[in-house]
Design a protein around this ligand. Structure first.
Ligand code: HEC
Length: 170
């Protein structure tokens, strides 16, 4: 089936636009260094696209364990695998986190907490391509990944003592 001429023209224009952007980037229009901050437009577009994709692909209707033993195991896994980048709520960034771009989010903040358990599980299992966020589905069993979600839900409620203990500055 051949597309309508107007559709064909639009497709051609779109493809031309993509080529122009690629050439401009290759010629140095955008600084690829991780120490430059993304523009507001880049940030908005990347978030809008990623959020929609995560919503579309995440598991629905499954919730993370909230019993103390599971949350405790989640805390230990967080300390081992996540703390180096995500740190503690409201805490200082590590040298590794400070050098990452896109930046490492504080997972106690509403941007992450507003996601469903399934979305958070999807993000930590698969990671986020082209960012520093690793996918953990090959290295951590499913059970531990759900326990991590359970602990992430507890992050905003941690007391000062628990935060200090987690950061290792007791
Ligand atoms: C090497 C650094 C690094 C490590 C280690 C890391 N993360 Fe991340 N994480 C990131 C970065 C960077 C992002 C932001 C990705 C983006 O811009 O979409 C992120 C994003 C996330 C998000 C999505 C937040 C949101 O609302 O968009 C979740 C959830 C998350 N990480 C959980 C974890 C968990 C759980 C662990 C440990 C098992 C972990 N991360 C380990 C760097 C890391």
């Amino acid at each position: 089936m051949t597309p309508h001429p107007r559709v064909a023209r639009l497709l051609l224009l779109g493809a031309g636009g993509v080529v122009v952007v690629c050439v401009a980037v290759a010629l140095g229009a955008v600084n690829p260094s991780a120490t430059t901050r993304p523009s507001r437009l880049e940030k908005w577009a990347a978030h809008a696209i990623l959020d929609a994709a995560v919503r579309a692909r995440a598991l629905r209707g499954r919730t993370a364990p909230a019993d103390p033993a599971s949350v405790e195991r989640g805390r230990e896994a967080y300390r081992q695998h996540c703390l180096v980048c995500h740190g503690v709520p409201g805490g200082e960034q590590s040298a590794i986190a400070a050098g990452l771009n896109p930046p490492v989010p504080d997972l106690a903040e509403p941007e992450t907490q507003a996601r469903t358990d399934g979305e958070i599980y999807f993000l930590l299992s698969g990671g986020v391509r082209l960012t520093g966020m690793p996918g953990f589905e090959r290295s951590l069993p499913e059970k531990v990944r759900w326990e991590l979600v359970g602990f992430l839900r507890a992050l905003p409620k941690l007391g000062e003592g628990e935060i200090q203990a987690l950061s290792g500055r007791r």
